[in-house]
Design a protein around this ligand. Structure first.
Ligand code: SF4
Length: 428
């Protein structure tokens, strides 16, 4: 039985507000990337309210590093002390043992008040100072702030060398830790000499990225970062090693960009295609799935599910439309996906739930809660799906096994719905 929805009411115009991302503060993406770098001691230019929430979230995700911050309450902001307070915090960060990099993360309030870059030091002692501007009113999703942070770092630390290592590839995107290792292993079979994973923990990787023979975005929202690589003259490989056709095409594209031996590339790509085909035959999907998240990688996941036999009528994501996402969108629409929503709101997802009556939902926490109220199996996109291997045939196996298992849980979700309905009825 379909339950009444707890959907937030739409605005008087009938359309949900698109200004707010309906997720955590977008700056979290940038913070996550910057705090993970070894030898980096971030300084946050923000008011104390934002600081409290962001520090909590960052520590929750295991950065294990203090974030220094300018003390900016109402009094300091009124007195115009943003620059002085930020400079003071930078001086403290530079005293941290082994500090080589001080990212200054300027958030909504500091950006509104004004933080001129020329009034900050470029370097303090051994540490480079890099200003990263991530006001949430201009950058609407946390994946996109990862891009802004990485582009700022590369712009400051990287410079194209006189000679490139034509057989090195940059893999761009925060993915499950085993994925870059698997991709690296396969690429080496084709003749690639090494890969650099960004964003990562190493400052040296940021410095040497400009010398790579090509860059491959595994996620489609690294727009500004790719702009930096293009300025350096580093070619960009489209697509990602996802699914049967996607992986084969991606390996061939890398082979062509890095001018590898075509026979060796074909042999490796064909063998991987066969493994992927075997995996797909062993783990076929059947059922209707909604793919809704705010990670920016939703279209690639939907593509894999469709290739495995699922029906995916609706996909939504927090990132904006971009040429990088277009191939996946076109591919999906040609195979029955009726709606792809960018900059989505919870209301968009709930409308899809009403319309498509899915067998499984992959979504954000609030959306999954609504699906569960209706007795529909629902898995959190970020914590349960995006936190396991995804790329190549090995990632495919991990992801498809998980989805098959989730699709088989319908009875248990219906039982939970009926149980809680009974509890509510008993309370009267
Ligand atoms: S005001 Fe801006 S920086 Fe602060 S928590 Fe909200 S979105 Fe994030």
């Amino acid at each position: 039985m379909t339950q009444p929805t707890s959907t937030p009411a739409p605005s008087p115009e009938g359309k949900a507000c698109q200004l707010h991302p309906q997720s955590m503060c977008p700056a979290f993406g940038a913070l996550r990337v910057l705090t993970r770098i070894e030898g980096a001691h971030p300084v946050m230019a923000s008011d104390t309210g934002c600081l409290y929430g962001l520090k909590f979230v960052t520590h929750f995700y295991g950065a294990r590093k203090s974030i220094l911050a300018a003390h900016l309450g109402t009094e300091e902001l009124m007195a115009g002390e943003v620059v002085e307070a930020t400079r003071a915090a930078i001086e403290v960060a530079a005293q941290e043992p082994g500090c080589q990099l001080i990212p200054v993360i300027s958030l909504c309030v500091a950006e509104t008040v004004g933080l001129p870059e020329e009034m900050l030091p470029k370097r303090v002692g051994e540490a480079e100072v890099v200003l990263v501007r991530v006001p949430a009113y201009a950058i609407h999703s946390h994946p996109e702030t990862k891009d802004v942070a990485l582009a700022a770092l590369l712009g400051k630390l990287g410079s194209p060398p006189a000679e490139r290592n034509g057989r090195t590839l940059v893999l761009l995107g925060e993915v499950f830790p085993a994925d870059p290792l698997g991709i690296d292993g396969l690429l080496r079979q084709m003749g690639v000499e090494g890969t650099i994973s960004l964003p990562g923990r190493s400052i040296d990787d940021l410095r040497r990225a400009a010398s790579a023979g090509a860059v491959a975005p595994l996620h489609p929202f690294y727009k500004q970062t790719l702009g930096v690589f293009r300025e350096w003259g580093v070619p960009v490989a489209g697509g990602a090693p996802v699914g049967i056709s996607g992986t084969y095409a991606w390996l061939k594209a890398i082979g062509s960009l890095l001018q590898l031996d075509p026979a060796q590339v074909e042999a490796t790509a064909s063998a991987e295609r066969e493994r992927a085909q075997a995996m797909l035959s062993a783990l076929p999907l059947s059922g209707r799935i909604l793919v809704t998240g705010y990670e920016g990688s939703e279209l690639a996941y939907a593509r894999l599910l469709v290739e495995a036999g699922a029906e995916v009528p609706f996909v939504s994501t927090s990132i904006g439309p971009d040429p990088l996402v277009l191939p996946d969108e076109t591919w999906l629409r040609a195979r029955g996906t009726r709606q792809v929503v960018y900059r989505k709101a919870l209301e968009d997802d709930v409308r899809a739930l009403d319309e498509y009556q899915p067998d499984l939902v992959l979504g954000t926490t609030p959306f999954c809660a609504i699906a569960k109220e209706r007795g529909i199996p629902a898995m959190y996109f970020t914590n349960q799906l995006a936190s396991r291997p995804f790329f190549l045939s090995t990632g495919m196996a991990a992801t498809l096994s998980f989805i098959r298992d989730a699709l088989g849980r319908a009875e248990r979700y219906e039982w939970m719905r009926d149980f809680f309905e009974g509890e509510e009825a008993a309370r009267g």
